[in-house]
Design a protein around this ligand. Structure first.
Ligand code: ADP
Length: 557
């Protein structure tokens, strides 16, 4: 059409004609879709062509229209004769614009070859293939294209059904990702599982080794050993225990401790055992265990708890060491000390007597001899104190340190000791603080011995400070006698041990004469007075030794 030669009126009538044609075309499409007509005319390469839809009835068209798949009919030239709204939706174009276009327009470049060969086959046979379509906005749509020939009045047409695979593909993609993640998770789990298995295996092996190790150790040490649970129930004894007692595990469990512990030691053993279970501290006690032949031997028992990371007690490990031989040796030694000190006492007494006789001699003695007699007397007194202490220790061991208790005024007793001390240690500054008339039930001689021992120590262990404070005061229901010095003092560990027999602090710097018996004897004496002896001390600052005795009354004089 040559527009330049047309008049305005002609152009106007042409536009009207075209508008009319367009409206007609729209009506036709609508009519086809709704099933009102069965044929249409399409402008092809060889001019106008009429197509009728031979078998189409309304139901069929409605069904096509409602389908979720795209439906298209193509002629031999590949032009779209018909399509449903789903296809128009897929390619995102108005339906009326899609009809009459070559279908290839919507096939992506990479699917062209595949599509062409599919169409070629489709005219001969039913076939289907996955093809990439392209929408108006260049969006890719993966579709399954199912082809079928369709017999129309004008000849064969091709019917295409397009199933949008985008969602399916996306799901497949997601599924693939999920599967990969799952496979990875599976691999990790399998790896962890392997590692766990290895750890369990090695732990089991470790456990086995450590159990065997423990058993080997337990059965080969000279001590009897056991383990007990936190409630006190014993759950293991070593072989030595069974050999010694001649009992089996079940017999010991059934008969209980009273079967193996000496009746005289049972109460103390159980007291200490239960106290340790309650406090979680170390269990330590000496007792006698019955052997398979009925004889008893002394043992030193020690048990310590094993705790987990939270500090809870898992179980206790205990050992019983045979100390029978040591006990016998100590007994022999005690016996020897007893006999020796007793034997020494008689010649010492006569020596002292002779010295006294010499001093009372009528004729005047040369001064040098007098001096010798004084020195001999001092040495003799020291020796006598040592022998007396040794005798006391052996009496305590034999349970024979006996004396009468009568009412004693400890205020008077303290003052007398202070006077004595001032006489013996004239260079010391001894201050006193005594409450009047403190009366206790006691033995004057023994209480004097205790107080003098504390004063002597206050002098001995304060080499560079000669101040001493001595007090006798009311302390609750007790009379408290105390001696304070400003000397070397004691550590916490030393404080715990100084009342033990023969214990002396091993410090060469401050070593002075003594055998470690004074405080041991003092404690025994105070215990026998139903009192208590103790110490407050700090290293380098000094100590206060005190003893409390139950007051029977306090007289005001
Ligand atoms: P001894 O004095 O003969 O060694 P004791 O039984 O009287 O024996 O004392 C035991 C130990 O306690 C002493 O060896 C000493 O180490 C320590 N001790 C006693 N009194 C004091 C004190 N006042 N200050 C420091 N240490 C003391």
């Amino acid at each position: 059409m040559e527009h330049t030669k047309l008049t305005y009126e002609q152009l106007l009538s042409e536009i009207n004609e075209l508008r009319y044609q367009l409206e007609e075309a729209n009506d036709t499409i609508d009519a086809i879709r709704t099933g009102q007509i069965d044929a249409l005319i399409v402008q092809g390469e060889e001019g106008h062509q009429l197509y009728t839809l031979k078998t189409a009835d309304q139901t069929y068209r409605m069904f096509i229209e409602k389908m979720n798949e795209g439906a298209i009919t193509l002629n031999h030239d590949g032009l779209i004769l018909y399509c449903n709204s789903r296809f128009a939706e897929m390619v995102n174009m108005p339906l009326e614009k899609v009809i009459g276009l070559p279908f290839e327009t919507f096939v992506s470049a990479k699917s062209h070859d595949k599509f062409n060969s599919l169409i070629k086959t489709a005219w001969k046979d039913e076939c289907k293939e996955e093809v990439e379509l392209i929408s108006r906005q260049q969006q890719q749509i993966t579709c399954l294209l199912s082809c079928n020939t369709l017999e129309l009045d004008e000849g064969l047409a091709l019917s295409l059904i397009l199933t949008d695979l985008t969602t399916q593909k996306d799901t497949e993609k997601q599924l693939k990702v999920r599967n990969e993640q799952l496979a990875e998770a599976h691999n990790i789990t399998a790896k962890l599982n392997d590692e766990l298995e290895d750890t369990v295996k090695s732990r089991t092996a470790d456990l086995l080794i450590s159990r065997e190790h423990f058993k080997l150790l337990a059965n080969n040490i000279p001590q009897m050993t056991w383990t007990n649970m936190s409630d006190g129930e014993v759950n293991f004894h070593n072989e030595r225990w069974y050999d010694y007692t001649g009992l089996t595990f079940h017999q010991i469990k059934e008969l209980g401790r009273q079967e193996v512990v000496h009746p005289d030691d049972l109460r103390l053993t159980m007291e200490k055992y239960n106290a340790a279970l309650k406090s979680g501290g170390v269990f330590e006690v000496e007792n006698r265990y019955k052997r398979f032949d009925g004889s008893y031997r002394w043992h030193l028992n020690r048990a310590v708890p094993l705790r987990n990371d939270d500090g809870e007690i898992l179980f206790w490990v205990g050992t019983a060491t045979d100390i029978e031989d040591q006990k016998q040796q100590i007994e022999k030694k005690d016996e020897f000390i007893g006999i020796a000190s007793h034997e020494l006492k008689t010649p010492l007494t006569s020596l002292k007597g002779y010295l006294q006789l010499m001093s009372y001699k009528k004729e005047e003695l040369p001064p040098v001899i007098k001096q010798y007699i004084d020195k001999a007397n001092t040495a003799l007194n020291k020796l006598q104190r040592l022998v007396n202490d040794l005798l006391d220790v052996s009496k305590i061991q034999a349970g024979r340190l006996e004396y009468e208790l009568i009412p004693v005024n400890v205020t008077t007793l303290t003052n007398a000791c202070v006077e004595n001390a001032k006489h013996i240690y004239p260079s010391h500054c001894i201050r006193t603080q005594t409450e009047n008339g403190l009366i206790v039930n006691g033995n004057e001689e023994r209480l004097e011995q205790v107080l003098m021992n504390l004063i002597n120590n206050a002098v001995k262990y304060a080499p560079s400070n000669n101040n001493i404070i001595i007090k006798a005061e009311n302390h609750g229901n007790n009379a408290r006698i105390s001696v304070t010095d400003f000397g070397i003092g004691l550590s916490d560990e030393q404080k715990e041990r100084i009342f033990e027999r023969f214990y002396r602090v091993e410090d060469k710097k401050y070593m002075s004469s003594g055998l470690g018996m004074g405080l041991y004897i003092s404690q025994e004496i105070i215990n026998n007075h139903y009192g208590k002896i103790g110490v407050c001390s700090e290293t380098g600052k000094g100590s206060t030794f005190y003893f409390d005795l139950p007051l029977i009354k306090q007289m005001s004089i």
